[in-house]
Design a binder for this molecule. Structure first.
Ligand SMILES: [Mg+2]
Length: 298
């Protein structure tokens, strides 16, 4: 059996890293505004609340289209706050915009700087942040001959480093054939990049774009039995679209790792239709039960 899995939010607890990004944005904003961190934190909270009140309109924006929505993707809140500062018509947004643009060419460049500098520093400080039980599940899967390939937007070195620390060697998936090693990883998987078409899935009021050629190429090459992820738009929409098409590489099972913040429109997408999520699990350790069930059904 082959699993293609997301990494952050499935095998890790990303809240700590996300809080670190939030802290960087607040500190940098305070410096640019020339005020205190408390004032900057208050502004950030105000902007975040405005964004979360209209989650269908904010998220990880690529070429004026949303690669993921802010309510399903914990990591893209700073980017969405950047969008609000860029376009918001409140006095606070205008003031923050003037302050950021006095030093940065765009809000996007400022937020990218906050995000990448924090994540790089976090990886230097933290040798791993796997969720409790992750190593045990991985050992269990390996004992049963289940291959796991991660498709993640994080750099491959993060997964290779963190799992190496836990005693699991992981191969670079681009340098190895499927099946050549039990654990492989595609870093910088490009799940956010769109192709030329508007193909989409309608999911309980959200239009989720599914023409994402880089991620699709990975799924076509790996032909997984099961795909697991925590962000519907990035991780699950493409495999579901492939199943609707009747694509031979589409997975049998599409699994949502539901987190505390997973929104209702995603949870309501669990069902029996080809374009619906087959299973929702609350923690990666529940993969054991699911994999055992799928194996028994073969
Ligand atoms: Mg994730």
């Amino acid at each position: 059996m082959r699993i293609v899995s997301d990494f952050d939010g499935v095998w890790t607890e990303p809240e700590r890293e996300a809080r670190a990004v939030h802290g960087t944005v607040v500190r940098e904003l305070a410096r640019l505004l020339g005020g205190g961190e408390e004032e900057a934190a208050g502004l950030y909270e105000e902007f975040a609340a405005a964004v979360l009140a209209r989650p269908h309109a904010y998220g990880w924006r690529i070429d004026h289209r949303l690669a993921s929505f802010v309510d399903e993707d914990f990591f893209c809140l700073p980017a969405a706050v950047g969008q609000f500062i860029e376009n918001g018509e409140t006095a606070a947004a205008r003031r923050a915009r003037r302050a950021v643009l006095s030093r940065w060419e765009s809000l996007g460049a400022f937020m990218d700087h906050c995000f990448h500098s924090t994540c790089a520093a976090f990886r230097r400080e933290v040798d791993h942040d796997l969720t409790p039980g992750a190593a045990e599940v991985l050992a269990w899967l390996l004992e049963r001959g289940v291959a796991v390939t991660w498709a993640t937007n994080a750099p491959a070195e993060k997964i290779i480093g963190w799992l190496g620390h836990a005693g699991f060697p992981v191969a670079d998936a681009r340098a190895t054939e499927p099946g050549a090693a039990p654990l492989r990883v595609y870093g910088r998987a490009g799940k956010q990049w769109f192709g030329p078409t508007d193909r989409s899935l309608d999911v309980n009021g959200r239009t989720v774009r599914v023409d994402r050629p880089q991620y699709r190429a990975i799924l076509e090459r790996e032909s997984p039995d099961l795909v697991v992820g925590d962000v519907f738009s990035l991780d699950l929409a493409v495999p579901l679209a492939m199943r609707v098409e009747g694509h031979p590489a589409a997975p049998r099972a599409v699994v949502l790792l539901a987190r505390r913040h997973t929104p209702a429109w995603v949870l309501a997408a669990v069902g029996d239709a080809p374009d619906q999520i087959d299973h929702a699990i609350g923690h990666v350790t529940a993969l054991r039960r699911l994999v055992a069930g799928l194996a028994a059904a073969c």
